[in-house]
Design a protein around this ligand. Structure first.
Ligand SMILES: [Zn+2]
Length: 257
């Protein structure tokens, strides 16, 4: 206490360092008494900015393989063509747990952190697609109101910042409120999304875009948005997500391309 009293009688700089020292001391005590819980494994750890322990982050970034089965999706047909699906990895723990927290519990900083990691690891592949812009999958207005943010837009903003590609936010609009896709089969997903998107007047006609989503499961959403964009004359050259179960997405062939 005497040392503190002496410090408070000193110059503003000395006072500032005394206050900082006190703050650091209080923070250290607080961390000792109330260590943060990792939201994935629930182990206690010295608190960090993103609520994920270093062990879970390491595991997340080690999950590099994003392909489980591409056997029936990697070939072009007369009705569709394949575009690469680039992601951080497969939909497995802990990546899947972090994505759930991001999307359904509003941990936006976690989504941004994952997006940064993804774009850091995949930047060359993304740029090799030679796109003019990136296109976040839009939410229906009711979904946007209830969630408060569009997760694809959060990812897109980070990808845009890291690659310099602009966000083309006005190419496609979601006009039908669809069922949650999580428990639907591939044909049900296609049926669920049919007609859900419409193309809007856009300055991106004639340009190349990369579609951005949080998770690619069967590629049904990418296909539907891709088809809608291409009918409006915007070419889709790739898909980027934080997690993907497939390495290629099928885009129905449009008369435009
Ligand atoms: Zn953990």
């Amino acid at each position: 206490m005497c040392a503190l009293k002496r410090n408070l009688n000193q110059s503003p700089n000395s006072q500032a360092s005394a206050v900082k020292a006190l703050w650091d001391f209080a923070s250290a005590i607080s961390e000792l008494l109330y260590p943060a819980l990792c939201i994935v494994c629930e182990r206690r750890y010295a608190s960090g900015q993103y609520s994920i322990c270093p062990f879970c982050w390491k595991l997340t970034l080690r999950n590099r393989s994003s392909s489980k089965d591409t056997s029936d999706s990697a070939e072009d047909s007369d009705l569709s063509r394949q575009i690469p699906a680039i992601s951080l990895g497969a939909y497995e723990s802990p990546l899947a747990d972090i994505l759930q927290k991001f999307k359904y519990e509003g941990f936006i900083a976690l989504g941004e952190r994952l997006s940064l990691a993804m774009v850091h690891l995949r930047k060359e592949r993304i740029l090799s697609l030679k796109a003019d812009a990136i296109l976040p999958i839009p939410l229906h207005i009711s979904g946007l109101k209830s969630r408060g943010f569009n997760q694809a837009r959060v990812i897109s903003d980070i990808v845009s910042m890291a690659t310099g590609l602009p966000v083309a936010g006005n190419v496609v609009e979601k006009v039908v409120k669809t069922r949650n896709q999580a428990k639907l089969s591939a044909p049900q997903r296609q049926h669920n999304l049919a007609g859900a998107f419409v193309a809007t007047e856009s300055e991106w006609t004639g340009k190349r875009v990369i579609v951005i989503d949080d998770v690619i499961t069967t590629g049904a959403t990418i296909a539907e948005v891709g088809k809608t964009a291409e009918e409006a004359g915007v070419e889709v050259v790739g898909a980027v997500a934080l997690s993907s179960a497939i390495e290629f997405c099928s885009i129905p062939v449009s008369a435009e391309f």
